[in-house]
Design a protein around this ligand. Structure first.
Ligand SMILES: Nc1ncnc2c1ncn2[C@@H]1O[C@H](COP(=O)(O)OP(=O)(O)OP(=O)(O)O)[C@@H](O)[C@H]1O
Length: 238
């Protein structure tokens, strides 16, 4: 599968890290990580604490730039883009869910969900209408006007999923999206996340230390000492 040296072919992969190396000062985080994610695939990144999972996700998502190696999105280099271009790529093509939802506390739930559309210059009324359509799908009816302080952890994460998905991203990056939830609530959140992703054909890269969360993925990748190894082939029937 490795293309000839210097080639920019992506072999049909949507998101790729090739021999990514990154250190934080003296601390090596990635030591030559390779990961290729196909379009529509749901991949879970597992591994011990401090092994480089979040760093790899942040590199794939264009948040961090590796010291060496390549990051590609749809066959195009991401790591060589200027920050303004990477920021536009993140806004237009990627959605993000983090461990603690990171909702804007001053905004209502529906305003939080509408944010990516408003940043993409949608009109406020249509952005809010589109945002509201996500609430029943995620079991959040009646929560539209609540602020984050009035939502449970599971509700906040579902609002965060709606916010990540509302602009129809090509890739959803999730870093421990259930890490702050009890296991039942976490499974409910994963059910909804995976259903929304499958419905829209969204590619998902999810960092988790929970095997029960990873079990939702098509494939598990283990990161150890800054290197990634694919663990299991496709496990889903469809
Ligand atoms: N901003 C930073 N500054 C300095 N060191 C960092 C920074 N971010 C990560 N590191 C270090 O890089 C290494 C990899 O960190 P990373 O967060 O990617 O690991 P992880 O596998 O996601 O860990 P965890 O499961 O605990 O979240 C660790 O040694 C960590 O201490």
């Amino acid at each position: 599968m490795t293309p000839p040296s210097g080639s920019r072919r992506s072999d049909g992969f949507l998101v790729e890290a090739r021999d990514a190396v990154l250190s934080f000062g003296q601390t090596p985080a990635l030591r030559g990580a390779d990961l290729s994610v196909a379009e529509g695939e749901i991949v879970a990144i597992m591994g011990p604490s401090g092994s480089g999972k979040s760093t790899l996700l942040h590199c794939l998502a264009g948040i961090l730039t590796p010291d060496s190696g390549e990051i590609l999105f749809a066959g195009r280099r991401v790591d060589t883009l200027r920050e303004t271009e990477r920021s536009a790529l993140r806004r237009d093509s990627f959605g993000f869910v983090f461990q603690f939802g990171q909702l804007v506390p001053e905004l209502t739930a529906e305003e939080n969900v509408a944010l990516p559309l408003l940043l993409g210059r949608a009109r406020r009324a249509s952005a809010l209408a589109e945002a509201r359509a996500w609430f029943p799908r995620l079991g959040l009816e009646g929560m539209e006007r609540r602020r984050s302080g009035e939502l449970s952890g599971g509700q906040s994460q579902r609002v965060a999923i709606a916010r990540a998905m509302v602009a129809r991203p090509q890739v959803l990056f999730a870093d421990e999206p259930t890490g702050s939830l009890d296991s039942l609530t976490g499974e409910n959140v994963m059910d909804l996340l995976v259903a929304a992703a499958r419905e829209h054909g969204t590619t998902v890269v999810i960092v988790t230390h929970e095997p029960r969360v990873a079990a939702y993925a098509d494939r598990e990748v283990v990161v150890r000492d800054g290197k990634a190894t694919s663990l299991s082939a496709e496990r889903r029937a469809s």
